[in-house]
Design a protein around this ligand. Structure first.
Ligand code: GDP
Length: 330
């Protein structure tokens, strides 16, 4: 299929073509990557085109991300939106299976024609997964999806990565009495634009509200009075659907606040610049690792570092010198 046919199929939201296009951007084969870049270029929207609302959703396994996305997705479709769900799960690159974007846990959304769910790519580094996800967002926007939900687990670097590709980053948590705050990494609270205490149902409503108040005070320290946006802490029950519309309203309010202050566009522009440099860094590193000069001394240098005979700084210098001394393309 030609790039033009692929582009036309994606624009017409033909799902088989869309799936093929996403597989192309996820592929690491050099010929696929070339084709993918051509396709992305063909689909690049005009600067004034309406872009989708991009929302990141994070939280530990079991917090209710899938259940929330199912409830939120259906709510959004009822509001007239077209919703795509992506997952960034670096652990799936090791286990080969994804614990995110699992369609069986988003049963009604998965079969809704106004929704599209794509699990995390299962090969590659976090950097590779992030690149594929960003490019998939471009494809989905071209296919007319106007809300993109990106799900990630609360482990490691993946949260920072996802926060850097969305407009609003939502953190889901549970009411755990007592050590509530110790259990939450400060880092993720700093990234969060909206916080929601899930499973506020049955006997747990009161403790969820208490937890929300505690989290609210913690957030007030991170975002002092006078900050453009002070992240609200809500309670909801994704299972019963209560609080889900309010969760969405908070996301919309966040985006509107940023837009009115000119911060929304600035944030997106900065993300594009950061993404550019991330790609440069990845490509340079790949080149260094592939270089014949580096490969020929790599084992020896690593052995010397392990044995303490070479400091990491000197080792890095030797590797880079070997790279510099290697003719380009060798
Ligand atoms: P994920 O791993 O974060 O995607 O979590 P899931 O959405 O798969 O939910 C984990 C478990 O918690 C499932 O058994 C859900 O039915 C349950 N669950 C999710 N949301 C709620 C909620 O609002 N209330 C209650 N009581 N259970 C929930």
């Amino acid at each position: 299929m030609s790039v033009d046919d692929l582009a036309a199929g994606v624009r017409a939201d033909r799902r088989a073509v869309l799936a093929r296009a996403i597989t192309l951007v996820e592929s690491r084969r050099p010929d696929h990557q070339m084709l993918a870049q051509e396709l992305l270029l063909a689909l690049t929207p005009a600067p004034d085109a309406a872009l989708a609302i991009r929302v990141g959703i994070t939280g530990v396994p079991g917090v209710g991300k899938s259940t929330t996305i199912e409830a939120l997705g259906n709510h959004l479709i009822a509001l007239g939106h077209k919703v795509a769900v992506l997952a960034v799960d670096p652990s799936s690159t090791r286990s080969g299976g994804s614990i995110l974007g699992d369609k069986t846990r988003m049963g009604t959304l998965a079969v809704n024609p106004r929704a599209y769910i794509r699990p995390s790519p299962t090969s590659g580094t976090l950097g590779g997964v992030a690149k594929a996800t960003r490019e998939t967002i471009v494809l989905l926007e071209a296919a007319g999806f106007d809300v993109i939900l990106v799900e990630t687990v609360g482990v490691g670097q993946s949260e920072v990565t996802v926060a850097n590709m969305v407009d609003t980053f939502a953190f889901l948590t549970l009411a755990r009495t007592g050590d509530q705050l110790q259990g939450i990494k400060k880092g993720v609270l700093e990234l969060a634009d909206v916080v929601s205490v899930n499973k506020a149902d049955g006997d747990h409503i009161v403790e969820a509200r208490v937890a929300a108040r505690e989290l609210s005070s913690a957030l007030r320290l991170i975002h002092p009075r006078g900050s453009l946006w002070r992240p609200p802490v809500l309670t909801m029950s994704a299972l019963e659907g209560t609080g889900v519309p309010e969760f969405w309203d908070a996301i919309v309010r966040h985006q509107r606040t940023l837009q009115e202050a000119g911060e929304f566009d600035r944030r997106r522009q900065q993300q594009q610049v950061d993404w550019t440099w991330t790609m440069v860094r990845d490509a340079v590193l790949a080149r260094v690792e592939r270089s014949a000069g580096v490969r020929s001394i790599r084992d020896e240098v690593e052995t010397a570092v392990r044995a303490g005979g070479l400091t990491p700084a000197l080792a890095a210098k030797r590797l880079l010198d070997a790279f510099d001394a290697t003719p380009a393309g060798d």
